[in-house]
Design a protein around this ligand. Sequence first.
Ligand code: TUI
Length: 313
Amino acid sequence: MLKTPLCNLLGIEYPIIQGGMAWVATAELAAAVSEAGGLGLIGAGHAPADWVQGEIRKIKAVTKKPFGINVMLLSPFVKEVMDVIIEERVPVVTTGAGNPGTYMAALKEVGCKVVPLVPSIAMAKRMARVGADAVIAEGTESGGHVGELTTMALVPQVVDCIDIPVIAAGGIHDGRGFVAALALGAVGVQMGTRFMCASECTIHSSVKEVILKAKDRDTVVTGRSTGHPVRCIRNKFTRQLEQMEAQCVPAEEIEKMGVGRMKICMIDGDVQNGSLMAGQIASMVDKIEPARDIIQDIMQGAAKILSNLEVNR
Ligand code: TUI
């Protein structure tokens, strides 16, 4: 039943990791994904360490299955969050938006599997060298902070340049994307956007509605001028940013504009003035369903594709 080395590495049933989305990936969503046999992640984002500790305790109270924390390395609370992760012996840590090298030894010492997100070959090689257990190669189709390369171009190049397992992320929605990722040499997938519309996901219902209605060209990348490009669903806020970037407004001013925008979107439901981070497959998400059904759909879709390939050989 489509076991890969990722299942053994993380102690999970299906090689599917839920993206560690800030303000979106709470203990409720992560628990549902882990209970369904994938790896649920809590997104630490810019949250303080005591919030992260609270979420860890919540998930431990409802599931005995493995789970992880995504640490956003641009957060001012990274050090304290890492201390909590070590104290709580969290099974898996994924990292985004930077180099987790300085925390690697301490995390590994308590048996934590460290799985950095990488947008490039250089970063993948550096992570393998400093002892990462696996990497997630994330293509620019993803929502949130993105690199330049597409999943199709990035994943096989990362697979060829390192000896540790590679997980694919960016632009994956169903069994087709899952099989494609394995064909590129990945041992599993990470998916964010589809899990935003899981029934257990606690974000504001208005955000889910926008994703359900999204069309193929509705996402846009802003912030290239600041060095932190971010993919979001186009809205009043992204149009404002595009205008500022066209007028060459200084990077610090543009960065300042982004502060607090994810919260007002994901929690308060302001889908026009908030930062509605989502990936290019938002247009494929067409229903709200339990995390378990999402995982089953991917695995059943993948099995069907593989058996058809076999028949047609
Ligand atoms: O991290 C993500 N996705 C994210 S983080 C985020 S919150 C945010 N807020 C404001 C500005 C920027 C982000 C929303 N979505 N994905 C993984 C990812 N990591 N994408 C790109 C990278 C990355 C970028 C540079 C990883 C390493 C890196 O290395 C830089 C270095 O230190 O050399």
